[in-house]
Design a protein around this ligand. Structure first.
Ligand code: GLN
Length: 386
């Protein structure tokens, strides 16, 4: 038999998704892979029930149903002030996972380089390699996760750098980039003529006083920013796989082609049902923020009571906890033991860091109070069991 493609030869499977399987194996409370265990808004699920009877059940337009894209454009304008043409500036994808892959395949040629902040959501490294490019990592240094602008410039100015990936609010460290930090990134992008691909799936999950700034809305950034986003987190529908790309017509024209051949399109009935959510008033987003603030406070105050060390998140729904006191050399072994002996699933931090960081683990807290309390109850035994 001839050799298989070498493209994925160096890959491991996703550690995040592997930890869900480990949690299931040991019956652990799964705080590893980030997804809610509470229901989506009832208006959306009621609408889905209606649609089951009446459709649509066939393909939507390949780049997304018209009413869904129009509602997306209006929502984006409402929050970012950007005027978006739903016909020429949006492609609906199967989750932001496809959005990011389609953006990378649109931008990168083999041999190009892509700057990624580390720690990073693990897909970015794989997406870069699958698109034929090579990642260059710039550290966000724990525990504050700030970056050094000179180090960033040294990375961005390397020949063949085509793009930078920005996850804001950031998975896994919970950082919300400030206006000043985004201005530094924007200035470098313009100076060295690179694209910025943003992952803004946590745009509405913010803890006071932190606010989300849309990089694309900064002066001169609209034409070089490719926004990847999804409805997964904002409407608690991670299984629906509804994502989208927003960019200039020149870029979207190419993204449409990649998307057309990758997946044909997102699920038509789900787009139709989720359109209800895109039209929610500001009250919904305030409620979402209040709900997440409650979950965050419940979980981090529990961690604090147990005496664990962590960086308080500014946004998104993860917290990185320092495990040095437990004396493990491998954070993977620690997470395996945590699931098996303590009964709580977490993701080893080393799967997010390029640097040799293995003293952090990631918990997510998009969970019902009872789930979080059970996890905290089990964690209160951690020093006895590990
Ligand atoms: N973004 C979520 C996380 O980081 C889910 C990842 C996934 O498995 N798609 O846990």
């Amino acid at each position: 038999m001839k050799n298989l493609s070498t493209r994925t030869a160096g890959f491991t499977d996703s550690v995040i998704r592997r930890m869900t399987r480990v949690s299931m194996k040991y019956g652990a409370v799964n705080l590893s892979q980030g997804f809610p265990d509470f229901d989506p808004p009832k208006e959306i699920t009621d609408r889905l029930a209606e649609i089951a009877g009446v459709g649509p059940h066939q393909y939507a337009l390949t780049w997304g149903a018209q009413n869904f894209r129009e509602a997306l454009a209006q929502k984006q304008e409402h929050f970012s002030g950007m005027k978006i043409n739903p016909d020429t500036e949006i492609v609906v994808t199967c989750g932001s996972t496809e959005a990011m892959m389609a953006a990378m395949m649109t931008v990168c040629n083999p041999g190009d380089k892509v700057v990624i902040f580390s720690p990073f959501y693990e897909n970015y490294g794989a997406d870069t390699i699958l698109s034929g490019a090579e990642p260059i990592y710039v550290p966000l240094k724990p525990p504050t996760f700030e970056f050094d602008a000179n180090v960033l410039e040294d990375a961005v100015k390397q020949p063949q750098v085509k793009a930078l990936i920005l996850c804001n609010p950031s998975n896994p460290c919970g950082k919300v980039f400030t206006y000043e930090e985004l201005t530094i990134i924007a200035d470098l992008a313009k100076k060295y003529d690179i694209y910025v691909i943003t992952d803004e799936v946590y745009e509405h999950i913010l803890y006071e006083p932190h606010q989300h700034t849309y990089l694309a809305a900064l002066p001169g950034m609209r034409e070089r920013t490719i926004i990847c986003n999804s409805l997964s987190k904002t409407y608690s529908i991670t299984g629906w796989r509804l994502g989208y790309v927003i960019a200039s017509p020149e870029i979207i024209d190419r993204v449409k082609k990649v998307h057309d051949f990758l997946t044909v399109g997102a699920a038509a009935p789900l787009m139709e049902a989720a359109t209800v959510g895109l039209k929610f008033s500001d009250e919904y987003y305030k409620g979402l923020q209040a709900h997440y603030t409650h979950m965050k406070n419940l979980f981090v105050s529990g961690l604090r009571d147990i005496g664990l060390t962590f960086t308080e998140p500014q946004g998104a729904y993860y917290v990185l906890v320092d495990i040095r006191e437990f004396g493990y050399e491998s954070d993977l072994d620690f997470c395996e033991d945590l699931a098996r002996k303590v009964g709580v699933g977490a993701v080893p931090g080393s799967s997010f860091f390029r640097e040799n960081v293995n003293h952090l683990i990631r918990f997510h807290f998009a969970k019902q109070d009872a789930t979080l309390m059970e996890a905290l109850d089990r964690l209160s035994e951690i020093r006895r069991k590990l």
